[in-house]
Write a protein of this length. Structure first.
Length: 294
């Protein structure tokens, strides 16, 4: 499908995308750039990329598909650098976890070239980052959210849909605003809770002793607290309004539970627990095609 992929960011997400395209026979050549020379050399040695670029512009130049696997905070600067290389026939995508800010950055950086840009959010990843963990199967069976707008060219919109579907992904299309609201609830805020829980426990005098007694339930609940701090710092700042809204919803629920505990109201407490238990039991991953599944 593509003669050349310009990969900007050769870590886990970008590296996995390149490997997946290669495995599916969808790209002939991959040119990669990363600010870290160590990362880009590893990517070359592992066969993730075929040619090392000395800059983001060089990676994008001559490509018919470009993937920016960079921190959300670096989106605008990266787009400004590659803007002169973008043609009306090029497909440019990102993999950022927030979308309204990414689209705003694209409008500022690309101007009339924005039609080639399709904001994308693949719901995939690992706790361990780095190109050495890149996996051609990372995206198989995962949800990918595309937030194309009226400014997006129809050709690029269709290409983006076909690419992710060819990699075995379930693709959902929605507005950037709807995306950010949904993922604040089901991804961003749960990460914030996991970070806060770990800090709450370890901040207590007996915190380490408590952790030594934790079992599988705590392991599963706290797993995402091991995620990359810089990545999640950027996501939290980018989507802070929706995060603060989710925090208000949680505080309302916590206050309800606390009030019932204070009043020793066992029947009402059980009813609240049952409400949550039933909702979780009835929920299945990917159960609704119009909603995020991961």
């Amino acid at each position: 499908m593509f003669a050349q992929l310009g990969l900007i960011g050769c870590g886990l997400m970008g590296g996995s995308f390149a490997l997946a395209l290669k495995q599916a026979g969808l790209v002939q050549h991959v040119v990669g750039y990363s600010p870290s020379s160590n990362t880009v050399q590893k990517a070359l040695q592992l066969g993730v990329i075929d040619t090392v670029a000395s800059s983001a512009e060089q990676a994008a130049s001559g490509a018919d598909i470009v993937l920016m696997a960079v921190p959300v905070s670096a989106t605008e600067a990266t787009l400004q650098l590659i803007a002169p290389t973008i043609t009306p026939h090029m497909l440019v995508m990102d993999v950022g976890s927030t979308k309204a800010d990414v689209l705003a950055a694209a409008r500022r950086a690309l101007g009339q070239r924005i039609g080639s840009f399709v904001p994308a959010h693949p719901i995939a990843g690992k706790e361990k980052a780095g190109v050495e963990h890149a996996d051609a199967k990372l995206y198989q069976g995962c949800q990918v959210i595309l937030t194309a707008t009226a400014e997006t060219h129809g050709k690029q919109r269709q290409q983006a849909l076909q690419v992710w579907q060819a990699l075995g992904c379930k693709v959902t299309q929605m507005s950037p605003e709807a995306h950010d609201a949904a993922f604040a609830a089901v991804s961003h805020f749960p990460h914030l809770l996991a970070f806060a829980l770990m800090n709450a426990i370890t901040g207590q005098p007996q915190g380490q002793e408590f952790l030594s007694l934790a079992g599988p339930g705590f392991r599963d609940f706290s797993r995402i607290a091991a995620s990359d701090p810089k990545v999640w710092r950027d996501i939290f700042i980018s989507n802070r309004e929706q995060l603060l809204l989710q925090s208000q919803h949680l505080q309302t629920q916590l206050q309800a539970f606390e009030a019932l505990l204070q009043h020793d109201d066992a029947p009402a407490l059980e009813a609240l627990i049952a409400q949550a238990s039933t909702a979780r039991s009835q929920w299945h991953l990917g159960q609704h095609p119009s909603k995020p599944a991961c």
